[in-house]
Write a protein that binds this ligand. Structure first.
Ligand code: MSP
Length: 508
């Protein structure tokens, strides 16, 4: 059976990892983990986009070969994945031979079919920035300072024929409702496709750009930006070998809204269609993390460094925050105050204190052994009903990518467990000599443990380490599937509770 194949965009090697990169990886990881827990075989790819002018320039400045710079960047980005506990199965780098080989194959195939042609390209060129400019780059009718001298040049380049596929693409997007998620993004693509498409310039002469993949049919040129980067999704899984069909078509390409139109929704489908390759099933388009209302960017100096937050609060709280605050598809504003509130209030007070309470009372009142629940009164029934409702709803919300609401529901349940403890007040029951009260005390602790177990299972895709820790603290052991672990049960009866443990220490 085909794997569930999910990818992230591949990050540009010319910057440092920031919150946006971290978010995309966490979101994709949460989906991958949900699928694995549901029993699917998952293949999860992420990677690094290494070629291009900017990397070449930075390498020159530093007096090193571009690959030296990319090796260092790859280490940084892979380290981010590791620290974030990202469960990717592979990491593709566009400088790898396995990738370059497939790019060359696709280019040759399209060239042989007559889909790529050479033509003269005339345009304004900034020598300082080494880039082509358009009329829209002018400010008040003039080229801004940063471009330095702007000259009109003519250059021969290779072009990929897009226009002939325009009608086909419009029809495809209109017919396949699940191709672009959320659906409102598809409207932007259709809007873009109302204007006639220009053919896509896919090359740069080597004299201007060396750090790229050589065109197989003209060694004076390298391919340029998207034709290189997009192919990673098929080169990594062995396009041209038998293994390819184990994963392709991709179930989701997870990308930010800035790279939907035109690269992923126009260039990529047309490149695939023209090469006779099936299209991915869905593009999952997320919004941006903003900082005081603006996109984070190096030039604005408003970048949130995920590594600082993770060092201070831990990876799982960081993952929790990203998933709790972002409605997938929309933008969200990052605020440190909100981060700290979520950490202290949801994680520390609601979840952390609940676990401490159980472990404490377990030690005091039942020698740290989870008792059996023998009573079923109103409060017990309420808690069990809420557990059932929560698990059913959360599973559906996971499927619909509504992670922020799913987390809200899980934490409502966690707060209900705290309420249950207060209603039953085990500390009072423990003082009573009445055997009915003693039974109720056991029932309360057993039910708290069981409800915590279910909450920890539900949290597994979002906070994998915290979830595992909690399950181990209450003697539930590790889980690798949702199935059989979401129903209310007495499987904890007789297990050993661990000693006290602070899950979310106060940050210093
Ligand atoms: N290299 C290209 C993608 C090629 S995919 C075949 C690229 N790289 S990037 O480093 O600029 O961005 C990588 C991903 O991070 C993109 O999906 C982008 O949308 C996402 N983000 C970058 N900044 C972001 C935010 N501030 N917020 C959320 N995600 C954003 O584009």
């Amino acid at each position: 059976m085909k794997n569930f194949y999910i990818t992230t965009a591949i990050d540009y090697a010319n910057g440092s990892p920031h919150l946006g990169h971290a978010y995309e990886k966490v979101l994709t990881d949460v989906i991958a983990r949900c699928r694995r827990l549901k029993g699917d075989n998952v293949y999860f790819l992420t990677g690094l986009d290494e070629h291009g002018q900017k990397v070449q320039q930075s390498a020159r400045k530093a007096g090193v070969e571009p690959i030296v710079l990319c090796d260092a960047q790859a280490e940084k980005f892979q380290n981010l994945c590791k620290i974030l506990n990202i469960s990717n199965d592979d990491y593709i780098r566009t400088s790898q031979p396995r990738h370059k080989k497939v790019v060359a194959e696709i280019l040759q195939k399209l060239y042989d079919k007559g889909e790529i042609y050479k033509a003269e390209y005339k345009g304004f060129y900034s020598t300082r920035q080494e880039q082509f400019l358009q009329e829209k780059d002018k400010v008040d009718g003039k080229w801004p300072e940063i471009f330095g001298e702007v000259v009109e040049i003519t250059e021969s380049n290779y072009f990929f024929k897009l226009r002939q596929y325009q009608d086909w693409l419009i029809e495809y997007i209109e017919k396949n409702e699940s191709f672009i998620y959320p659906r409102f993004r598809a409207k932007q693509v259709i809007e873009f496709l109302k204007e006639p498409l220009n053919d896509l310039c896919i090359s740069r002469p080597k004299e201007r750009l060396e750090w790229g993949i050589e065109l197989p049919f003209d060694t004076d040129y390298v391919t340029y930006v998207w034709f290189d980067a997009l192919v990673n999704y098929i080169s990594a899984i062995g396009y041209g070998t038998d293994d390819f069909n184990k994963n392709w078509p991709a179930d989701f390409h997870v990308i930010g809204k800035d790279i939907l139109v035109p690269p992923h929704s126009v260039y990529w489908p047309i490149m695939l269609h023209a090469s006779g390759i099936e299209l991915p099933k869905s593009l999952l388009v997320h919004g941006w993390w903003l900082s005081s209302g603006e996109k984070m960017s190096k030039s604005l100096g408003n970048i949130v460094n995920p590594l600082d937050l993770i060092e201070k609060f831990g990876a799982d709280p960081f993952r929790y925050f990203l998933m709790r605050e972002m409605n997938v598809g929309q933008d969200s504003d990052f605020s440190m105050d909100l981060f700290v509130t979520r950490y202290t209030s949801d994680l520390g007070n609601d979840l952390g204190n609940l676990i401490s309470r159980l472990l404490n009372m377990g030690k005091r009142y039942c020698q740290s052994i989870v008792p059996t629940a023998n009573e079923d009164f109103e409060f017990e029934t309420q808690l069990k009903n809420l557990a059932k409702e929560t698990t059913t709803d959360v599973m559906a919300l996971f499927d619909g990518m509504q992670f922020h609401i799913a987390l809200e529901r899980i934490f409502n349940f966690i707060r209900a467990i705290n309420r249950y403890a207060e209603q039953r007040a085990p500390w009072k029951l423990a003082k009573s000599e009445d055997s009915a009260d003693q039974e109720l005390l056991k029932t309360t602790l057993a039910n708290m443990a069981e409800a915590i177990r279910i909450s920890a299972v539900l949290l597994a895709p979002i906070m994998p380490s915290v979830s595992e820790k909690i399950l181990n603290l209450i003697g539930a052991g590790n889980i690798d599937k949702f199935e059989g672990n979401l129903e209310w049960s007495d499987k904890l009866a007789g297990t050993k509770l661990a000693d006290q443990e602070i899950l979310f220490p106060r940050p210093n």
